[in-house]
Design a protein around this ligand. Structure first.
Ligand SMILES: NC(=O)c1ccc[n+]([C@@H]2O[C@H](COP(=O)([O-])OP(=O)(O)OC[C@H]3O[C@@H](n4cnc5c(N)ncnc54)[C@H](OP(=O)(O)O)[C@@H]3O)[C@@H](O)[C@H]2O)c1
Length: 284
């Protein structure tokens, strides 16, 4: 994944009163942490992060210019806002480990797939605000899509804080927790589906004679531009598709092939399968 270049904070952090712990600063946790620094949402001295391996902690500490250790409890003690980024199966054990540092005034945000807010509340053993987030990897470039949902003890202020944080890495939506597995199947896994589509379009470009780098650029920019059209015009995708499709032109022939090949149904089934898998993970 593309690493974000971290620049020293030149202006004051935008949330100077909040101390943050990122427990499990791996691919997603590290992406978020670097985005926070890049956006100057938090100053480096407001953040304490942890990973599983001590040597990795040292390397990341140097790379990011923030305190990175393997000490979850210490990091949680020094934070008002605790982000949980370990693998789903590790979450209960992690909450158990940091329990002495938890108080009802602190906020927990977990982005572990499939782990319910109630499971975290139960493991914490107190009425603490737990927010679940499902970001995706384009967050690395500030183009992420994050769905948020709230646990039982979350205040409006805590929810606003979560929105503010995830808005630094893209767009956010708030959903009912029952939809989080669907979000995982759609936007959590979605970048992988779209990369396959881009790769296939680029292969197609090669097949019809374009140099590969030209074909890849055209394919990626076409996906980017089309997404931007949907987001910024607010028009239904079908209407935008119709605007490209001249009667008896080229596009309708391409669409005919897509329909015959079942692209639409295949994508629907992909999201359904990934959603089912997320449900299974949730069930343990
Ligand atoms: N990747 C995605 O697209 C994505 C999207 C949405 C949500 N998520 C969620 O994000 C979480 C992490 O996924 P990932 O892809 O970022 O995996 P990852 O890169 O493997 O990150 C997991 C991190 O947890 C650290 N860790 C392991 N044991 C620990 C412990 N006991 N205490 C503190 N840290 C510990 C690991 O440290 P070491 O590096 O030292 O092993 C690693 O840095 C998962 O729950 C996943 O469901 C991921």
């Amino acid at each position: 994944m593309t690493e974000i270049a971290v620049e020293a904070a030149e202006v004051p952090a935008q949330l100077p009163q909040v101390r943050v712990a990122v427990l499990g600063a791996g691919k997603m946790g590290g992406t978020l942490l670097q985005a926070f620094l890049k956006q100057k949402l938090f100053a480096p001295d407001q953040i304490h992060a942890t990973v599983g391996h001590a040597e990795r902690a040292i390397a990341l500490s140097t790379q990011w210019g923030v305190d990175v250790t393997t000490k979850n409890l210490e990091a949680a003690q020094q934070a008002d806002l605790i982000l949980i980024g370990v693998k789903p199966f590790q979450v209960p054990e992690l909450i158990e480990e940091i329990r002495p540092a938890l108080t009802p005034e602190k906020t927990l945000i977990s982005f572990a797939a499939a782990v319910k807010t109630s499971a975290i509340e139960d493991a914490a053993g107190m009425e603490i605000g737990v927010i679940r987030a499902m970001p995706n990897t384009p967050a690395a470039l500030g183009a992420g899509a994050t769905a948020l949902c709230r646990g039982r003890f979350v205040s409006a202020t805590q929810m606003e804080l979560a929105e503010r944080i995830f808005e630094t890495v893209g767009r956010t939506v708030t959903v009912n927790e029952k939809h989080m597995d669907a979000v995982t199947g759609l936007s959590g896994s979605g970048p992988a589906y779209v990369y396959i589509i881009i790769e296939a379009l680029a292969e197609a470009g090669v097949k019809v004679g374009l140099p590969r780098d030209t074909a890849t650029l055209l394919a990626a920019q076409t996906v980017f531009g089309s997404a931007k059209m949907v987001l910024e015009t607010g028009y239904h995708p079908a209407l935008l598709k119709d605007a490209v499709t001249t009667p008896a032109g080229c596009t309708i022939d391409g669409i005919l092939e897509l329909e015959e090949g079942g692209l639409r149904v295949t994508l629907i089934k992909a999201v359904m399968r990934a959603t089912e898998r997320a449900k299974q993970l949730a069930a343990g």
